[in-house]
Design a protein around this ligand. Structure first.
Ligand code: ZN
Ligand code: ZN
Length: 416
């Protein structure tokens, strides 16, 4: 029996699980119930699971003889979007954000499809496909992908390169390779897309911190509001030439007050180190100009944020090549493989950091989720929209088997 058929046999578990995850979404670093559900599913098929890594992240370990260590990663978080699909399992959930506001929440980026596929792969690899591989499988549920913080938080807690590691994670071996998948909303079920090399953009976050003059707003004749100073800098950036390096650019995220200071959070998108240093220079130039405008009565400091961000995602050519060959062999005419070329679109993804921070090859592919009957000529669905409705019945068996095939391929070889 082929692997997609095997995965379809798991749909009596994966279908209800998908709907349950879909109608109970949780936003970044609040994925407690989601993580508990994944933990339960992994334990049920024999994984040893450690929870609370990077706040709400989990890792299941399954040892199956000698061989390499492979990490399969799913993201778990949802978005503050009000679902408008009208399906019976649509999300009616809300949550209270940091500012005390009640907001809707929805899986509008397919992380529920990733999770159901991930559980499907765990069931196959610990069950009917167990004899097909040798090595150690790490199945990782990552929080907070949408705010590009979860991978960094988990890697910090896992401390793979530390001399001594926290007891809680000491039994989790460092992976030799890592794979992940993301839905491609415009692709039909039965398609898998991939790119060799650079696959998504780096986002580096910087704080621009401004200190105004003469203390308090009550002192209105001499007071310089640091927020206005920052708005001037941001407006300067908006009209700067560097914004035309398309699509490398600076995103203004938010402005906050910290005591007497104001802080602007900027996200800098780049694919190359040269682009990043161009963007940084531009910020410094606008900051210096603004300081001059205020005749030195304000000070502006630029500070990197190391707790958030994503590196350039680079799909390793050898790893991706081997996995794609295995997909072709395993899926035959059931799946069409589309290799994409050229500059990646503007998205970012913190799965990249498992490769860059651990120095291991990684590969992420795209899973088509559009329903085959969705052919009325309307615009293809997009992620982060209220009406996106993946065809989970068609997509999850392919997602699960793509993870399983990648695992069998990587864990059938001696990479060490
Ligand atoms: Zn997203
Ligand atoms: Zn996503």
């Amino acid at each position: 029996m082929n692997v997609i058929e095997l995965a379809r046999q798991e749909m009596h578990v994966l279908g209800p699980l998908y709907k349950e995850l879909h109608c109970k979404p949780e936003t970044a670093f609040r994925e407690l119930e989601t993580a508990a559900r994944l933990t339960q599913e992994l334990r049920a098929v024999g994984f040893t699971v450690t929870t609370g890594i990077g706040k709400t992240g989990i890792i299941g370990v399954l040892e199956n003889g000698p061989g390499p260590v492979l990490l399969i990663r799913t993201d778990m978080d949802a978005l503050p979007i009000k679902e408008q699909t009208g399906v019976s399992y649509q999300s009616l959930e809300t949550y209270t954000d940091e500012d005390g506001e009640v907001r809707p929440v929805m899986h509008a980026c397919g992380h529920d499809i990733h999770m159901a596929s991930f559980v499907g792969a765990a069931r196959l690899l610990a069950g009917p496909l167990l004899y097909r591989w040798s090595g150690t499988l790490l199945m990782l549920g990552q929080p907070a992908e949408e705010i590009l913080s979860g991978a960094k938080a988990m890697l910090r807690d896992l401390a793979f390169d530390a001399q001594t590691r926290p007891t809680k994670v000491a039994h989790i071996p460092k992976p030799d390779a890592a794979v992940a998948m993301h839905i491609g909303p415009a692709g039909y079920v039965g398609t898998v897309g991939y790119r060799i090399g650079k696959d998504s953009w780096r986002v580096s976050f910087y704080e621009v911190i401004a200190e105004g003059a003469e203390g308090h707003a009550g002192n209105s004749t001499t007071f310089i509001d640091p927020s206005i100073v920052l708005l001037k800098i941001v407006a300067g950036l908006d009209s700067a030439d560097v914004m035309k390096i398309n699509p490398a650019k600076i995103h203004f995220k938010k402005l906050t007050k910290r005591g007497e200071k104001a802080v602007a959070l900027l996200g800098l998108k780049s694919l190359t180190d040269e682009q990043l240093s161009d963007l940084l220079q531009e910020i410094e130039r606008c900051a210096a100009q603004t300081e001059q405008y205020y005749e030195g009565r304000v000070s502006v400091v630029l500070k990197p944020r190391t707790d958030i961000g994503a590196d350039v995602l680079v799909n390793d050519a050898q790893l991706a090549g081997e996995v794609v060959e295995a997909f072709k062999f395993a899926f035959k005419d059931q799946v069409v493989l589309n290799q994409e070329t050229g500059t990646p679109k503007g998205a970012s993804e913190d799965f990249a950091n498992f490769g860059s921070e651990l120095g291991i090859p990684i590969f992420r592919w795209g899973l088509g989720v559009r329903h085959p009957d969705d052919t009325d000529g309307s615009a293809p669905p997009r992620v982060h929209t209220s009406t996106i409705l993946p065809d989970y019945e068609g997509a999850v068996p392919i997602g699960a088997s793509s993870f399983a095939v990648a695992a069998i391929t990587i864990l059938s070889k001696k990479r060490k």
